[in-house]
Design a protein around this ligand. Structure first.
Ligand SMILES: Cc1cc2nc3c(=O)[nH]c(=O)nc-3n(C[C@H](O)[C@H](O)[C@H](O)COP(=O)(O)OP(=O)(O)OC[C@H]3O[C@@H](n4cnc5c(N)ncnc54)[C@H](O)[C@@H]3O)c2cc1C
Length: 505
């Protein structure tokens, strides 16, 4: 039996966040054993957004051996403890989806189940009071997690907001230092091999032909290789997630940055606010069925706290996923592989998940089909679970004041989401699929926040006497408040530990 030769050359098409994350990660892991070329065109802009992340990015930084302070300074980053959702459930209402857990272990059921039981008996307080990340966000505080499990700080869980273009630049520096060669040029043609249709080479606008064993398509929404050349097909999820446009603009910093992302529901979608050290990122994600581009732009500008720092950046997208993330000798990552709108800041994570799975399924030149099929199955699940979680926000709403919200409130959701909602409505239980990205606490935060209330708490909580429960919760709440009040403000923390250089352009 002959063994297929190893991969000796990789071409990555695209130098946005996906391209440089991929280049930095695989060059770091493959340690110069494979020739990696990244092709990007200065004439084709990157999407220019993508500034909020979720906690697994810490693992990505660790994989790359990134110094966190250097990374924060280089990308003008701030810390993120969760997302504040305004006006999603009803006008004037807000809730917080924190990172990390609620409370502490109490018994057989999750902490929130005991809280549900007390609340049903009339306790009437906020589950957020039991989440260190929610409390720190409310009070504008931040501290690093501590290893001592008795400390409130041990439950601090964080991610970052950063400047997308500075992040790509930061990663580019690391990738080039690990031997990645950047080639400026526009891909104008893709040559397929006979008879199997694998990609043989790409041709650039200056006539150069670049061949490789393995191609990674990070060319953004256009999916130049995976769709343009290989016609892989796309699953459209617009019927579940109707937004298909966004308009973005940075604005001047007017206050100390808050340690969370803000997502405010508007008439035809929602607006993000992402505070960085040097500026604020803003955008309106909307459905073109319910508002024109001009009106969306005007609405966004009218809502800014600071002064706009650039022209409006209008973007169009179709929510969904490529039918196969990996097809023949071409893997797609980033927007080329699909897109779920940024409500829960999951796209950069999906790039990371795609890279991690690639490293666990690294091919040889035979491109074993069972491995590719398994990879595609895993990525499909990743996308579908994120889709369900984001869809929940649109569907579980009491809003009927605008056509968009009436439509999403009445829509038929994916069966997998319906099962989750039914289960929660019954006894407050959350079933997480194996390896599912969002933790129990995330589902609980959003389900309760969006007004999905269980008929009753898990019956196993009944074994704890009510007065004992009350005393324990009171104690936990006080401990968390006390621990959070001792933390520095988010701004003080940044100034003392990781302040970025003053920004002059
Ligand atoms: C409105 C909006 C908000 C978002 N917010 C978030 C967020 O908060 N958090 C998050 O995680 N994600 C977010 N995302 C997603 C995030 O922006 C992307 O996942 C991320 O930027 C990766 O983009 P990309 O690298 O795949 O594509 P792009 O940034 O579009 O890069 C494509 C690259 O391909 C190159 N290219 C294209 N065609 C050619 C060609 N013919 N020849 C040579 N080069 C070519 C371009 O030059 C460019 O370098 C958001 C996306 C949108 C649309």
């Amino acid at each position: 039996m002959s063994i297929a030769p190893p991969i000796q050359s990789i071409v990555i098409v695209g130098g946005g966040t996906a391209g440089w994350m991929t280049a930095a990660a695989i060059s770091h892991v493959l340690q110069g054993k494979v020739k990696i070329t990244l092709v990007e065109s200065d004439a084709i802009a990157t999407v220019g957004v993508g500034e909020a992340t979720i906690p697994p990015i810490i693992l990505f930084n660790k994989l790359l051996g990134v110094d966190e302070v250097a990374f924060i300074k280089a990308t003008q980053a701030t810390f993120k403890l969760g997302i504040e959702f305004r006006n999603w459930t009803r006008q004037g209402h807000s809730y917080f989806h924190p990172f990390g857990q609620y409370g502490t272990r109490m018994g057989a059921a999750g902490f929130y189940q005991y809280w549900l039981r007390l609340n049903a008996a009339g306790l009437d307080d906020d589950l957020g009071d039991y989440s260190p990340c929610t409390m720190a966000a409310r009070l504008g505080r931040f501290a690093m997690p501590e290893p001592d499990p008795r400390s409130v700080r041990s439950q601090m869980t964080y991610a970052f907001h950063f400047d997308a273009s500075l992040y790509a630049k930061f990663l580019r520096g690391r990738a080039e230092a690990s031997g990645v060669v950047r080639r400026e040029g526009k891909v104008v043609d893709v040559n397929l091999r006979e008879p199997d249709g694998f990609i043989e080479s790409i041709r650039l606008d200056d006539g150069e032909v670049l061949g490789a064993d393995f191609f990674i398509d990070c060319s953004g929404f256009r999916g130049l290789l995976i769709e343009g050349a290989l016609k892989t097909g796309y699953e459209d999820w617009t019927h579940w997630l109707p937004a298909n446009r966004a308009v973005a603009v940075p604005s001047t910093r007017v206050a100390d940055p808050h340690p969370y992302t803000r997502a405010t529901a508007l008439e035809a979608g929602w607006q993000w606010g992402i505070p960085l050290q040097h500026r604020t990122g803003n955008g309106y994600v909307y459905s073109s069925e319910f508002i024109s581009d001009d009106d969306a732009g005007t609405r966004l500008l009218g809502n800014l706290d600071g002064k706009p720092m650039a022209d409006l950046n209008f973007l169009r997208f179709t929510t969904g996923r490529r039918k196969k993330t990996w097809n023949k000798n071409c893997l797609s990552l980033g927007l080329a592989s699909g897109f779920i709108e940024p409500l829960e800041s999951t796209s950069i994570h999906l790039i990371q998940a795609g890279i991690t799975k690639l490293l666990l399924t690294f091919p040889d030149t035979a491109f074993a089909q069972p491995d590719i099929d398994n990879y595609n199955k895993l990525m499909q699940k990743e996308f579908e679970r994120v889709r369900d979680f984001v869809c929940l926000h649109y569907h579980a709403t009491e809003r009927t004041d605008q056509p968009l919200w009436r439509m999403t409130g009445a829509m038929t959701v994916p069966d997998s989401l319906k099962e989750k909602m039914d289960l929660f409505r019954s006894r407050g239980r959350v079933y997480r699929y194996e390896d599912e990205l969002f933790q129990e606490a995330s589902w609980v935060a959003v389900l309760l926040g969006q007004g999905v209330i269980p008929q009753r708490a898990d019956p196993i909580t009944d074994i704890v006497p009510m007065d004992e429960l009350q005393a324990r919760l009171k104690h936990i709440k006080a401990m968390i408040r006390d621990g959070v009040e001792r933390m520095p403000t988010h701004d003080q923390f940044i100034r003392a530990n990781c302040q970025a250089p003053a920004w002059d352009s």
